[in-house]
Structures are given as structure tokens and as C-alpha cells.
Design a protein around this ligand. Structure first.
Ligand code: PLP
Length: 487
């Protein structure tokens, strides 16, 4: 299909990613002085979620709802069919889901977590029901526990290694899966959850071979297999790159094989295809019927599901665009460029490079900060302070307390620098690299954080923290020494 284009994705010799699109609309950015950035940190409780974009230079918080839209997506929004019921926009989306994800029945929901709410509501029947998965995502875990369920994470040991060459760190450990099912009893396992491009361990993919093995076990015990397809396009792209059996396959073929192995596919369209929306889809009419009633209850009528018709149109076009390798490859290639150049300068990064962002190992950079003082949160705050770049903490602050209210510490303390599709230029990526190397060289100046306001659910979103010592000012002094009056 686009194989010809993809072959020229790098200039020969040097690993410089080459964009196969041009910029037609731009948005002005501000870089505010470091003193203002310090004030902004205090105003936002040292939590990058609470910063206002007027204080942010490069917004690398997330890829959720921030990917650049195409001209085709924007123009499709003009033909949206406003109707409470039976909107033509919905039927176009349904057709796109059938064409791309190969599932006939679609339940639209307002975003990914709404799908998690509906699936947990429908299938978690009793307290203690267990959902085995490769790894949790914050909102998936929150919904499962909200309905009394539990999770077990079944990755191979390699996945927990920061520095690795394993191409598929997102693989689900099938030997452990089999053992867990036998111990727990299949009647206590409502479904197995497989997450594409396993988000919280660094955007790491699973292989089709692994998914096939998971499918076999699901069949053996008669348990449903649910795919979280929010980052499916990138997982499929990395399969083309890394799984020899599929080296000559197309995106369309690989995506169809993956979704074909799942009974239920759900997704956040904020990542998969556009900037809003989500969906649950299946080929099993009985499953569709089980879930159907919950959509009008929580989301909206079955032909809009809480999404505006304009966004439904953009979702449909975006789904077809997911099949275009030249579109999907841009973000993983920028990430790979950033990870490789930082690694070559000694900055500890999650490898191999994954999708959705570059992941910096805060546990190692801030090895002088105990996990009780949130090294990843501290690194995110310090990096914003010295660069104006907003990343996201993916460590213990993003964890939730256990049922007894005790802290649970994350397996990894990561600063995630998201690279939304087609948003940044290479010079901006080089700026990120430059400031991160500087911060790495001055890492001993970074200090810890403590909570001053801790919400009980999904605390990382709105929680407030403050530095445990006066480390921010020390960092500013050193910054001034090295950068003078430069921002
Ligand atoms: C973002 C995300 C979700 C949740 O989607 P929202 O649209 O933010 O609610 C679920 N799973 C994965 C893997 C995600 O990356």
C-alpha cells in the first residue's frame, strides 16, 4: 500500500525522521520566564495536570485528544448530520469500525474510560472477581475496583527492565495466565484484558504470536478476551517493524488479525483516531445485547453515545487513516529519535523506544529521592521548571492506595514525555533533548515532593503537592549560572 513512501522515511545514513505531511495551520506558543514557571508550579500543586497551557511551552502531557487532525478529518466535520437518533454520521462511523476493526456491532461512548465503566458494570458480578491483564491502565483499574473487582498483572520479567532490547515487552505471560485461571476458577474471571501498546510501562507492544496464545487459553476455559485498542495503530506499526512474520503485511492486515482475536474491542478515540470519543465493538450479538442498555443510561442514545456528531465524523475518517503507515509512523519515529539520542548521552530511558511518548527513568535519575517522596513527580516538576515542557508523572503518584488505605509503590517511576502525532517539529524535540541532558547533569539538585491534598480517586489528576525542601530555588540559581537571561 504505502510501502514505497515508508521506505524513504529516513534520510540515508542519519536517523532523521522525515515527515510525510506539511503544516497548514499553526498555533502560537509562549515560553514564560523560569520565575513564572516556579509560581505556576506552586499554583498547580507541583502537579503538571494542573498547569494552565498559558504557562506551558511544549505540551507533552499526553497524546489524548492532542494529536493533529488531518484536512480530511476537519472537512468531514462539516457534513455532520445533527440528529438525536439515526444520524448518518453514526452510520459512517459504524461502517468505518466494520471496515477497519472488522466488528459489526458498535456502541459509541464519550471516551475510553466510559467503555471501561460499561464493561466493568456489565461483567463484574461479585466482589473479588479477577481480571487478568498484561498491565493496568489507570482508568481501567479505577473502574474495575469501583465495581468490586480485582486485577492481576501478568507480564514477563523482561517488561520490568528499563533497559531492554525485547521487542514485545507488552506480551502477556501465558504460563502465568493459565496458572492464575486454574487457581482462581474460570467462574471468577469475567474477562481477560489485553492492552495494545501497554501504556504505563512505556508504550510497549505485544506480538500477534502472544495474542494468539492468549486466545487459545481464553478458548480453553471459555473466558472472554477484551482488547483495549486505544493504542492499536502504534502496536500494529511496531508489529510490522519487529515481528518477522508480518514484515511484508499491511497495517490493515495486522489490525484485522489483532481485533479478530478479541471478543470485545474497546477504544479511546482520543488516541486511536481523532480528538474525542470512544467505542465498544464486537461481532457477537449476545455481547452487544448485554451491553446495549448501559449506553443510554451513562452516555447518550445509541447513535451518539455522548459524542458530538462532528467528532463522530472525525473519528470515522481517523479510523481509516489509522491504516496509513506514513501517518502512524510519525510519532513512534520521533520517539525513537529522542530516546536514542538521550540514551547516547547517558540519560536513562525506557528501551526499546515505545509509542505515545519517550519515557525517562526517574528511579535512576532521582535515585537520591526515596519512593515515598515521588521521584517521578519530582522529575516532572523539575523538568517543567527548567524547560517549560510539561510531561506527566507515571509512577507512584499515578498509583492508587490499596483497600486498607496504604500507599502502593509503582514498579517503575517514569517521566513520560508524550509525542502526539504530527504536532511537534524536530527542532522542538531537540530542545527537549538539550534541556533534559542539562537537568540530568544537575540531577543532584532535584528534591522530593509530599502530598498536601490527596483526592481518594485518581489522585494524580487533581492532587496537590509541595517540595520537601528548598530545592527549586537551588535549581534556578544553577540554571541562571548556565543559561544567563535565556528563558
Ligand atoms: C487513554 C487510555 C484509556 C482511557 O481513555 P480516555 O479516553 O482517556 O478515557 C484507556 N486505555 C488506554 C490504554 C489508554 O491509553
Amino acid at each position: 500500500m504505502n510501502k514505497e513512501n515508508v521506505k524513504i522515511k529516513f534520510y540515508s545514513g542519519e536517523n532523521i525522521p522525515l515527515e510525510l505531511h506539511k503544516v497548514r495551520i499553526v498555533q502560537k506558543l509562549n515560553l514564560v520566564p523560569i520565575e513564572r514557571r516556579l509560581e505556576a508550579l506552586y499554583e498547580g500543586g507541583f502537579n503538571t495536570f494542573r498547569l494552565s497551557t498559558k504557562d506551558v511551552f511544549l505540551d507533552m502531557l499526553t497524546d489524548s485528544g492532542t494529536n493533529a487532525m488531518s484536512d480530511m478529518q476537519l472537512s468531514s466535520m462539516m457534513r455532520a448530520d445533527d440528529a438525536y437518533a439515526g444520524s448518518q454520521s453514526f452510520y459512517r462511523l459504524q461502517q468505518a469500525v466494520e471496515d477497519v476493526l472488522k466488528k459489526k456491532y458498535l456502541l459509541p461512548v464519550h471516551q475510553g474510560r466510559a467503555a471501561e465503566n460499561i464493561l466493568s458494570n456489565a461483567y463484574i458480578r461479585k466482589k473479588g472477581d479477577l481480571i487478568p491483564m498484561n498491565y493496568h491502565f489507570t482508568t481501567a483499574l479505577a473502574h474495575i475496583t469501583q465495581y468490586g473487582g480485582r486485577i492481576v498483572e501478568l507480564l514477563y520479567d523482561e517488561a520490568y527492565k528499563i533497559d531492554s532490547r525485547h521487542p514485545f515487552k507488552g506480551n502477556l505471560n501465558v504460563e502465568k495466565l493459565d496458572a492464575v485461571i486454574r487457581e482462581t476458577g474460570k467462574e471468577n474471571i469475567p474477562f481477560i484484558r489485553m492492552e495494545a501498546s501497554t501504556n504505563l510501562i512505556g508504550g510497549q507492544p505485544f506480538s500477534i504470536q502472544n495474542m494468539r496464545e492468549v486466545r487459545k487459553i481464553a478458548d480453553r476455559y471459555g473466558i472472554r478476551l477484551v482488547l483495549d485498542a486505544s493504542l492499536l495503530g502504534e502496536n500494529a506499526y511496531l508489529i510490522l517493524q519487529r515481528e518477522p512474520e508480518f514484515a511484508d503485511s499491511s497495517m490493515a492486515e495486522v489490525i484485522a488479525i489483532i481485533t479478530g482475536l478479541a471478543d470485545i474491542v474497546y477504544f479511546s478515540a482520543r488516541k486511536l483516531s481523532s480528538s474525542r470519543g470512544g467505542g465498544i465493538c464486537t461481532n457477537d450479538l449476545a455481547i452487544y445485547r448485554e451491553l446495549e442498555a448501559l449506553v443510554p443510561l451513562f452516555e447518550g442514545f445509541l447513535t451518539y453515545g455522548g459524542i458530538s456528531v462532528r467528532e463522530i465524523e472525525a473519528m470515522a475518517v481517523g479510523l481509516y487513516e489509522t491504516l496509513d503507515e506514513t501517518m502512524i509512523c510519525q510519532s513512534p519515529q520521533f520517539i525513537s529519535y529522542l530516546v536514542e539520542s538521550l540514551t547516547s548521552k547517558g540519560v536513562p530511558m525506557v528501551t526499546p523506544p515505545g509509542v505515545l511518548g519517550a519515557h525517562v527513568d526517574a528511579m535512576q535519575i532521582c535515585s537520591h529521592i526515596p519512593q515515598t517522596q515521588y521521584p517521578a513527580g519530582a522529575l516532572a516538576a523539575a523538568f517543567y521548571l527548567v524547560s517549560g515542557v510539561r510531561g506527566m508523572e507515571r509512577g507512584s503518584i499515578s498509583n492508587q492506595r490499596d483497600e486498607n488505605g496504604n500507599e502502593t509503590y509503582a514498579d517503575m517511576e517514569l517521566l513520560r514525555l508524550a509525542v502526539p502525532r504530527r504536532v511537534f517539529t524536530l527542532s522542538q524535540i531537540k530542545y527537549v533533548e538539550d534541556r533534559l541532558v542539562w537537568l540530568y547533569e544537575n540531577r543532584n539538585l532535584i528534591g522530593g515532593l509530599k502530598f498536601v491534598y490527596e483526592p481518594p480517586v485518581l489522585r494524580f489528576f487533581m492532587g496537590g503537592l509541595e517540595p520537601v525542601s528548598d530545592w527549586t530555588n537551588k535549581l534556578i540559581v544553577k540554571f541562571k549560572e548556565d543559561f544567563g537571561d535565556s528563558l
